[in-house]
Design a protein around this ligand. Structure first.
Ligand SMILES: *Cc1c(COP(=O)(O)O)cnc(C)c1O
Length: 390
């Protein structure tokens, strides 16, 4: 598989492929066991092949997979009801990825301003080192030079400010500004957690200036931080929020959730998706929500997260090269004073999946169903991997 010449090389892949999985555990083609502390990049929040999700998918696949959005889809309607009950939103639009969910949010923000007579307002302020996706508009929204390179001309109407800097946001606002769009915790940037008052201050600015507040909860949502949505750690209510990654446990699904007011922009013909919210993915998402909320998975995330952080702090005590450790729920990072790539490779060889972000940060996203024993085992392997490399 590592010699394959017909898949476009947009990823530099590890020379390992997995054959099957259960909970936190993956087995490769040779039967070797791994602890998945990356969860398919924050997707498999219920672990691999959760029996209730598998059963829902199997049953629905045998009944009806796809019909298109030209007809009613009861599972999609039920999902929209259930999702909006978990948060501020009144309405949901379904698509197939995080990028598409953010694309919908960007379109909604622009059109919402047009429709309300603010015809000059189209600019969206985003944060440096954010990640919002790989479509042309969402890669432009992404505040990373390396994601932009080679794709210009970029989509007009984005401005970047340092994350966690309120004054910078204030200075970036002009008569053209329509919205502020941020992740409540920056995931791809290596779990960057803003100051406690950051979202509250953004909400206040948005209200004073008549702007929309868009929260990208693609990585932070679905229980990852110990609340259903990360912004629920505060009393801030956004106008628009996006979800994807863990939403349907690995079937491709994104959602743009919005207040009635913001969602007015989307009338028939303004936006769409052939696949979005199909009977199959909607059923998978409903099963995911049902396990997450009804089986009380969410209530264990904080205790496990605190335990993980305590263990990571022990790693920091062992190694001078560990600069800092941080987490919110089960979204954690170990930041090194030197490159982390080699540690991630050695950890993989020793049976733990994590990722390297921004060169020096190890990102840790175990399934929310992870056990305390699995945390012990994975952290000890990570500890040894750091010793091995340095
Ligand atoms: C992963 C991610 C995206 C992009 O999602 P895709 O499904 O890959 O398009 C957008 N925003 C955030 C915060 C993400 O973590």
């Amino acid at each position: 598989m590592s010699n394959n010449k017909s898949v476009m090389p947009t990823y530099s892949r590890f020379p390992i492929s997995f054959d099957h999985g259960e909970g936190t555990i993956l087995w490769d083609e040779n039967g070797k066991r791994y602890l998945d502390f990356l969860s398919g990049i924050g997707v498999n929040n219920l672990g691999h092949c959760h029996p209730k999700v598998v059963e829902a998918i199997n049953t629905q696949a045998g009944r009806l997979i796809h019909t298109s959005n030209l007809y009613g889809i009861p599972a999609q309607e039920k999902l929209a009801d259930r999702l909006t009950q978990t948060c501020f939103a009144d309405l949901a639009f379904f698509c197939n990825s995080g990028a598409e969910a953010n694309e919908a949010a960007i379109k909604m923000a622009r059109k919402s301003m047009r429709d309300s007579g603010n015809t000059s307002r189209f600019e969206i302020i985003t944060a440096i080192n954010s990640f919002h996706g790989r479509t042309l508009a969402t890669l432009t929204a992404t505040g990373q030079e390396k994601v932009h390179r080679g794709f210009d001309p970029l989509v007009p109407g984005f401005r970047y400010v340092p994350y966690n800097d309120i004054e910078a946001v204030k200075s970036a606002i002009t008569n053209y500004t329509a919205a502020i769009m941020v992740e409540p915790i920056q995931g791809e940037a290596g779990i960057q957690i803003p100051d406690a008052g950051y979202l509250t201050a953004l909400r206040k600015i948005a209200d004073e200036e008549g702007l929309l507040l868009i929260l990208d909860e693609v990585q932070t949502g679905m229980g990852r931080t110990g609340k259903m949505w990360c912004h629920q750690w505060t009393d801030v209510v956004p106008d628009i929020m996006t979800s994807a990654k863990a939403l349907a446990s690995g079937l491709p699904m994104g959602a743009c959730l919005a207040t009635k007011e913001a969602a007015k922009a989307f009338s028939p013909g303004t936006h769409g998706s052939t696949f979005g919210g199909s009977p199959l993915v909607s059923t998978a998402a409903l099963a995911t929500l049902s396990v997450l909320l009804d089986d009380d998975i969410l209530s264990e995330v904080n205790a496990k997260g605190e335990y993980l952080l305590k263990k990571l702090e022990e790693i920091k005590d062992h190694h001078k090269l560990v600069k800092s450790v941080r987490s919110r729920g089960l979204m954690a990072a170990v930041e090194l004073n030197s490159p982390a790539e080699a540690v991630v490779s050695v950890a993989l060889t020793r049976g733990v999946l994590v990722s390297c972000q921004m060169g020096t940060i190890i990102r840790i996203l175990p399934p929310l169903t992870v056990s305390f024993e699995e945390i012990d085992e994975a952290v000890s392997i990570l500890d040894n991997a750091i010793s091995d490399v340095f």
